[in-house]
Design a protein around this ligand. Structure first.
Ligand code: NAP
Length: 256
């Protein structure tokens, strides 16, 4: 399986490079960076490209893994799928409308691809447990905590968790009637009445708590990614599994 990595010098991209190099059924055929000075990856003969289309036509990858930045990820993914190459995308910040557009293109081309806001199995389970709990505990708030270099807020995982819970719970208005913020933003972002709070601090990787409250009881679900290795088995699974699909899949849980 010929794999290329977009954003190869990044925190996630560099971990994906190590993973692909370590998998017996995968060959790393090229990497993409923004305006690279180098022609090959250090200590290797793997070519470095600064342009996505050139990389695709030169090394003809079966699959491109993208961990870049929200601003470019949509157009990058669109190009990858339009060229008939499978995309495995971890970059977060996609809107529902963008995912719909990409799904339509993938379906038309019959190209299997996957966008997952979280590739860690523990996080996927947390989202599924949260979806299940929301049916019985409709009062819920999310606290997501990430390192302070993260560009988008709330995190893709928090948005996906909120979407899953919104579909499972009855619609309610949370908090007191006439509630007022004396400092703007104190109650966090509002997703269909659910509050999402984003914490950004050095030292963190990716963490999330989903806190449910009901009369006389509470339930807290928490997942922690302490190291980016936590995402890699999910990425490797997605690289393999997208070969068996002809459309775009949103969420790792749909291929587990
Ligand atoms: P990062 O360390 O900033 O890495 C991003 C990399 O992409 C950088 O090397 C950057 O280069 C490069 N880049 C920027 N624009 C590019 C372009 N147009 N073409 C090619 N490369 C480009 O960020 P990160 O921490 O790895 O996170 C990357 C994304 O993954 C974020 O959206 C984050 O939220 C997401 N993420 C997802 C998961 C998941 O499980 N799905 C887990 C963790 C993180 P420069 O530095 O030179 O700009």
């Amino acid at each position: 399986m010929k794999v290329a990595v977009s954003g190869y010098k990044g925190r996630m991209g560099s971990e994906v490079v190590k993973t692909v190099l370590g998998e017996k059924d995968m060959v790393l055929v090229g990497v993409l960076d923004k305006e690279p000075a180098e022609q090959v990856m250090p200590d290797s003969d793997i070519p470095v490209f600064g342009d996505l289309e050139t990389m695709i036509s030169t090394v003809q990858p079966d699959c491109i893994v993208d961990f870049t930045i929200p601003k470019f990820a949509f157009s990058n993914t669109k190009t990858i799928i339009e060229k008939g190459v499978r995309a495995v995308v971890g970059t977060t910040g996609f809107t529902a409308e963008q995912i719909e557009i990409l799904t339509k293109i993938a379906e038309e081309r019959g190209v299997g691809s996957l966008i997952a806001p979280n590739f860690a199995i523990g996080a996927v389970l947390m989202m599924q447990f949260a979806e299940k709990a929301a049916k019985y505990f409709p009062n819920v708030e999310i606290i997501e905590l990430h390192h302070d270099k993260k560009l988008d807020a709330p995190s893709g995982t928090a948005v996906k968790t909120a979407e899953m819970m919104a579909a499972a719970r009855e619609k309610i208005r949370q908090g007191a009637d006439g509630e007022e913020e004396t400092i703007s933003g104190a109650r966090g972002a509002d997703y269909e009445g659910m509050r999402i709070h984003s914490v950004r601090l050095p030292g963190l990787v990716a963490h999330q708590e989903v806190i449910f409250g009901a009369e006389g009881q509470g339930l807290t679900l928490r997942h922690d990614s302490y190291d980016r290795i936590s995402f890699m088995s999910g990425v490797a699974l997605a690289i393999r599994e997208t070969a068996n699909h002809q459309t775009l899949i949103y969420g790792l849980e749909n291929i587990l």
